[in-house]
Design a binder for this molecule. Structure first.
Ligand code: ADP
Ligand code: ADP
Ligand code: MG
Length: 642
């Protein structure tokens, strides 16, 4: 076994590799960019080396700097994680030329599988079923269109160099072919520097089922399958193992095809053979086809670990250090069922836009295996993949494992960045998914319902308002009402509510015209008579409520809220919105706190008030105007100015 290795990656996968190294007594060297100086993987490793600027090209993709760092630290091997340099054969050769071990397959095995067309040709030769289609060299548009016609629509155009769902277009009719080809090619050229494509039959009601393989360079075993059919735009969202509806016969046939594929290229280490499966009539041995091989540890490898009891990173290290395969095929068995959900910093209702932010509060439940690269207080930067964590849940049956995942998601607490947490929770409650009736179109078909079910409801907001008013903190709760008005407006970034304290342990909160009765005793809360299990958490960015629904309210600095810019007399729009009404006219005297205008934004009305006494010099907005954040709305002058 190695004494010390360098991990050429960041985030959760770097942390994951360090975990196994620790257990095996292997010292670790982390690498980091400017954006990751304080990152979790850096803190966890025994040593850390700075690489350069935050852009991957200046840091995690600098193979030469990484190899030099490994040599300088006396590391014997490099673990590439996934993404970045993990599937770069030139890097593998450079690592080996420097006298170091690459923890993964050979450069030639990566090359053999690197391009989808060559990989398909190779697999055909090895007797592995491939998706019917054209994967030859002729890239002439007319020729490809003719091929699509003879394959029969719908077809899928795929970039041969593709990955991460990029450069892929489904085409349903011949008339759409040329446009789709054009856009697939330009996306492929931009993302991979290679515009070549192949054409595949589009499998209807497809399921994505992949087989985990592990080789020693000659022989390979498989560690059964994972079902990754829950996808959005060809990207995996929730994965599970084993695949629902899998039969022992089908498993054996797919497993054998996968090991044949791995052995055909002398595969060493952990790899995944991805198959597309026709799920329209159950799983049938003649209804699965090779799609591609990922020559690395896969993001979703923990579900396989959960059902086999094997640590795949341990296996990677052992085989890379020269040991034989740690187990024979017959030693491997499936125990129970496991799910993995990918927690992303992304704005789901806004179209799954990647998000950034500082995680004012982050807490994960005990009952799940958590793979994460961030902690409370860390920042999600715009430089890398916005995946924050993976939640992995095991159970003796599929239903129990899924129930456990649902619970774990509900119990996950994040404040400071928008996430897909509610969306994931809604997925675990999806009837078809619960029944094991999965296909790659499930999410897209039911997207509206899955998204509609997310975001805080007004009862949860009411609890958060109680928190923001300081009533949820047992330390201050008693004294607050003595000196604070019984009836007051509580405002936060993006909204406001009316709070009426009715006595010790009772208040009314009105939000958006909806009135809620809130009562409390100790740490127990009731909203409109219903007992709530929510946790109210104070952190440095405000207050969060974590429960079935989550809400985070960030208090408003009163000056920022009125939009007044000190010294200028200008009242600016604090956010993009619609001017609902204007309550002053030019020449009018106003006092500090008077309402100047009402802005409608984010489905809420916001009063813009005068920051100080004065005279309205200019009214720059009219009701009905759509204004940008920062637009000047009203200008005040000192009352005594002439
Ligand atoms: P998985 O099945 O493990 O999710 P993906 O293909 O989605 O595999 O990719 C996993 C990781 O590798 C992601 O971080 C993704 O951004 C990265 N990745 C995959 N393919 C490429 C590529 N061709 N170029 C750069 N990054 C890639
Ligand atoms: P990538 O390298 O981007 O991961 P893949 O070839 O693995 O590309 O395909 C990604 C996803 O696209 C699959 O998981 C599947 O959902 C869908 N897909 C790929 N090929 C087909 C096909 N022939 N028919 C239907 N869906 C497909
Ligand atoms: Mg793939």
């Amino acid at each position: 076994m190695f004494q010390k290795i360098l991990i050429a990656n960041r985030g959760e996968i770097a942390c994951r590799v360090i975990d196994s190294c620790r257990r095996l007594g292997v010292a670790t060297v982390a690498v980091f960019s400017d954006a990751d100086r304080a990152a979790r993987h850096v803190a966890m490793a025994d040593e850390a080396v700075h690489l350069g600027g935050p852009a991957p090209a200046d840091s995690y993709l600098r193979g030469d700097v990484i190899i030099q760092a490994a040599l300088d630290c006396g590391a014997q091997a490099i673990h590439p994680g996934y993404g970045f340099l993990s599937e770069n054969p030139d890097f593998v050769e450079a690592v080996e030329a420097a006298g170091l071990v690459f923890i993964g397959p050979s450069a030639s095995a990566i090359r053999a599988m690197g391009l989808k067309d060559a990989a398909k040709a190779l697999m055909e030769k090895a007797g592995v079923p491939v998706v019917p289609g054209y994967h030859g060299d002729n890239q002439d548009a007319g020729f490809l269109a003719a091929q699509a016609g003879s394959i029969g629509y719908p077809v899928l155009i795929k970039a041969v160099a593709g990955g991460g769902g990029k450069g892929m277009r489904r085409v349903d009719r011949a008339t759409d072919f040329n446009d789709a080809l054009e856009s697939a090619r330009s996306e492929a050229q931009n993302a991979f520097g290679n515009p070549a494509v192949l054409i595949e039959k589009y499998i209807l009601r497809p399921r994505h089922i992949e087989v985990q393989v592990f080789g020693d360079g000659t022989r390979a075993v498989h560690l059964f399958e994972r079902d990754c059919s829950l996808q959005r735009r060809h990207q995996k969202v929730i994965e599970e193992a084993p695949a629902p509806g899998m039969t022992p016969t089908m498993r054996e046939i797919m497993g054998r095809a996968a090991t044949r594929a791995a052995e055909a290229i002398g595969y060493k280490g952990a790899g995944t053979i991805e198959f597309i499966v026709d799920g329209s009539h159950g799983l049938r041995p003649d209804g699965f086809w090779f799609m591609e091989m990922n020559t690395r540890l896969q993001v979703e490898h923990p579900v396989t670990e959960a059902i086999t009891g094997i640590d795949l990173v341990e296996w990677q290290l052992r085989v890379a250090s020269g040991e034989a395969l740690p187990a024979q095929q017959d030693d491997l068995t499936i125990h129970g069922h496991a799910f993995e959900a990918r927690l992303y910093a992304e704005d789901v209702p806004a179209g799954f836009l990647p998000a950034t932010g500082r995680l004012a509060h982050l807490e994960f439940p005990q009952q799940a295996r958590i793979e994460t690269g961030v902690r409370s207080g860390d920042t999600i930067s715009p430089w890398y993949d916005p995946m924050m964590a993976k939640l992995v849940c095991w159970g003796p049956t599929r239903a129990i494992a899924l129930g456990s995942l649902e619970r774990a998601l509900v119990d996950t607490e994040v404040a400071g960045a928008v996430t897909n947490l509610d969306f994931l929770t809604a997925l675990t409650r999806h009837e078809g998914f619960r029944a094991g009736d999965v296909d790659t179109g499930l999410i897209e078909r039911d997207l509206d319902a899955l998204i509609g079910d997310t975001g805080p409801d007004s009862a949860t907001l009411a609890l958060a308002v109680i928190g923001l008013a300081g009533l949820a903190d047992p330390q201050t709760r008693g004294g607050m009402t003595l000196w604070q008005p019984l009836r007051r407006t509580i405002a936060w970034e993006g909204g406001e509510a009316m709070l009426e304290v009715q006595g010790p342990g009772a208040a009314c909160v009105t939000i958006d015209g909806q009135r809620h009765e809130v009562r409390w005793q100790g740490d127990r809360w009731w909203v409109d008579g219903a007992l709530r299990r929510d946790r109210i958490v104070h952190h440095d960015a405000g207050v969060s409520v974590f429960g079935n629904r989550n809400a985070t309210l960030t208090p408003l600095d009163p000056l920022a809220r009125s939009g007044a810019v000190a010294g200028t007399g200008l009242t600016l729009s604090p956010m993009p919105g619609l001017v609902k009404s204007v309550h002053v006219t030019e020449g009018q005297q106003v006092s500090a706190g008077d309402r100047l205008a009402v802005l409608e934004a984010m489905k809420m009305e916001h009063s813009l008030t005068a920051a100080r006494d004065g005279v309205v010099a200019e009214v720059l907005a009219r009701p009905g105007d759509q204004v940008e954040a920062g637009a000047a709305l009203i200008r005040l002058e000192e009352a005594d100015e002439e």
